[in-house]
Design a protein around this ligand. Structure first.
Ligand code: FES
Ligand code: FES
Length: 156
């Protein structure tokens, strides 16, 4: 049985028919063709699939596409303003907060949500918030540095 799903993704309406068990992350990658959102584990562990649903960061492998029907979604592709990187993206670049980049979209989306909620997080708050985002390369030091840098930039 196919079910219609309509989502506002990065400012554009994306509509399609999905089976009831299609995950939001599959819908975004395979139907909307937005492959910046990664699948690292498919079991809610790694955070590579984090997107914003109605402004909240969510692991998109934990939600069905049909549950997201009618929501407003931002993926990593929608974060920059044209050619201008979002402050969090720029900070990850400047502070070398990535190596292979596989975890980065999820890290950036989680961080953007953190800084919306808490513009001046302590290192402990940053590490706690990013606990659900796993990086296999960086050792996290530069990621924390990048989050601090982005926070300072956003505070002005
Ligand atoms: S793919 Fe969603 S948490 Fe790993
Ligand atoms: S940069 Fe490679 S997994 Fe995080």
């Amino acid at each position: 049985m196919a079910i219609s799903v309509s989502l506002a993704v990065n400012g554009k309406q994306v509509e399609g028919e999905v089976s009831p068990n299609t995950l939001l992350v599959e819908y975004l990658r395979e139907h909307a063709r937005l492959t910046g959102t990664h699948i690292g584990c498919d079991t809610s562990q790694c955070g590579a699939c984090v997107v914003h649903v109605n402004g909240q960061s969510i692991k998109s492998c934990t939600m069905l596409a049909v549950q997201a029907n009618g929501t407003v979604i931002t993926t990593i592709e929608g974060l920059a303003d044209g050619d201008t990187l979002h402050a969090v993206q720029a900070a990850f670049k400047e502070c070398h907060g990535l190596q292979c980049g596989f975890c980065t979209a999820g890290m950036v989306m989680s961080t953007a949500d953190l800084l919306n909620k808490n513009p001046n997080p302590s290192d402990e708050e940053i590490r706690n918030w990013l606990e659900g985002n796993i990086c296999r390369c960086t050792g996290y030091q530069n990621i924390v540095k990048a989050v601090r840098h982005a926070a300072a930039q956003l505070r002005g």
